[in-house]
Design a protein around this ligand. Structure first.
Ligand SMILES: Cc1cc2nc3c(=O)[nH]c(=O)nc-3n(C[C@H](O)[C@H](O)[C@H](O)COP(=O)(O)OP(=O)(O)OC[C@H]3O[C@@H](n4cnc5c(N)ncnc54)[C@H](O)[C@@H]3O)c2cc1C
Length: 378
């Protein structure tokens, strides 16, 4: 393990202990019940890792992006849904941190280390990959009156603070989007359904409706029209987090498959002695390790503020790691045969969880578009 200090190593060791002793035993139940795991939020809060990227002046631990990626990875090894709580928290927090307003930072950021939750709201039913087609719009200026809706928002209905994107001036296209901080309980903020999902069932994904939602002008993040830059900066980092989640998930499935293969006896020997299984495992581990290196490199580029490299490396890490996680978790089920398909073992859950990472925070098709655009720009 390189690039991290002794103190950060201790943080990771605590995270590993929490993952092993508290989260792992809860993972199957969280998936089965599809109930938001408030107990896990409490554990994250008590151990100071609910919002680790936050600088110390706002109550965080000032984690580097590399350290945060490793924290996500450790938790994803046992429960990707629980890791998604930390990712959604970071996605909702970063738009405020990246913004210019010190008043907004002081008002909203410290609470996010003490158990308050955040969400990032950009996607709409008609605006997914094509995010500029969002229809959420504001009216007058001194108090913004926002109308529209968002969908699939992670932490949506449980978030105390929502970073929301809306058009303040639709005629200006991308330069007409602005970002706002919206508090739970604001007049005109309505909740639709929480989705029933294939995987990541411990995370909440909500419809949000804005019916003359009133937001004070001081809750605008940055200037009018600066929302798109804020949104893209947040999405880049979110892609890194998704990559780290995929690497952890793949490693978790590999751990399960290795243990099983050593114990499962067929034809008078453990199946780990069968070359077909060995080759499958070799491919699984090699591809996971490559994705891990790419993910750490993307994290380092963010830490080093190498802005020109961040979009490409975060996109590459995201699609490489999540495609690999899908394949590795599917192969882990294969290694474990019929038992792998049963809910008695975690690999079928991991396979369902992996699918989301190919889709959310920009689909893997869009990640390839971003990567190609950067390649031909160079
Ligand atoms: C569980 C979950 C959690 C989420 N959390 C959040 C959140 O917290 N906040 C938030 O704002 N959003 C969130 N999202 C939204 C997510 O980012 C979008 O679902 C994603 O960007 C894809 O948009 P879409 O679902 O509308 O698919 P579409 O954009 O309709 O895409 C459908 C298919 O067409 C392909 N496609 C579309 N356009 C192109 C193109 N130009 N070239 C090639 N292929 C293309 C896509 O790759 C995909 O395969 C979440 C989604 C899910 C499922």
């Amino acid at each position: 393990m390189t690039d991290i200090s002794q103190e950060q190593r201790m943080i990771l060791s605590t995270v590993r202990k929490i993952a092993r002793e508290v989260i792992k035993p809860r993972a199957a139940e969280i998936d089965e019940s599809q109930e938001f795991p408030w107990d896990i939020v409490k554990v994250f809060t008590e151990n100071g890792i609910l919002t680790p990227l936050l600088p110390e002046k706002y109550g965080g631990i000032g984690a580097s992006y590399l350290l945060f990626s490793k924290i996500i990875e450790e938790i994803s090894k046992v429960c990707a849904s629980s890791a998604l709580i930390l990712i959604a928290q970071a996605d909702g927090m970063l738009p405020i941190l990246y913004g210019e307003s010190e008043a907004l930072k002081e008002k909203y950021l410290p609470g996010l280390t003490k158990g308050k939750l955040a969400a990032f709201a950009a996607t709409e039913p008609g605006a997914g990959s094509d995010i500029l087609s969002m229809r959420t719009r504001t009216g007058q200026k001194d108090v913004y009156v926002i109308n529209g809706q968002k969908c699939f928002i992670t932490n949506g209905s449980v978030a105390d603070v929502i970073s929301l994107y809306a058009y303040t001036d639709p005629d200006k296209g991308a330069k007409g989007i602005s970002a706002f901080v919206v508090e739970k309980g604001s007049t005109g903020l309505k909740y639709g359904r929480d989705e029933n999902k294939m995987g990541m069932r411990g995370s909440i994904n909500s419809e949000l409706f804005f019916e003359d939602l009133t937001v004070p002008a001081e809750n605008r993040i940055g200037e009018e029209g600066e929302g798109i830059g804020n949104l893209m900066a947040t999405l880049n980092t979110s892609r890194l987090f998704a990559a780290a989640q995929a690497v952890g998930l793949a490693q978790g499935a590999i751990n399960e498959a290795v243990e099983y293969a050593k114990k499962r006896v067929q034809f008078g020997q453990p199946i780990s002695k069968i070359q077909a299984i060995q080759f499958m495992m070799a491919d699984m581990v090699a591809s996971m390790e490559s994705a891990r290196l790419l993910t750490y490199q993307a994290a380092r580029y963010i830490d080093e503020k190498k802005y020109s490299l961040i979009p490409k490396f975060c996109a590459m890490a995201k699609f490489t790691a999540s495609d690999l996680a899908m394949k590795v978790t599917t192969d882990a089920v294969q290694v474990m045969g019929g038992y792998g398909y049963m809910k008695d073992y975690p690999v079928e859950r991991m396979m369902r969880d992996a699918k989301l990472i190919q889709i959310y925070t920009g689909t893997n098709q869009i990640m390839r578009l971003v990567t190609a655009r950067e390649i031909f720009k160079e």
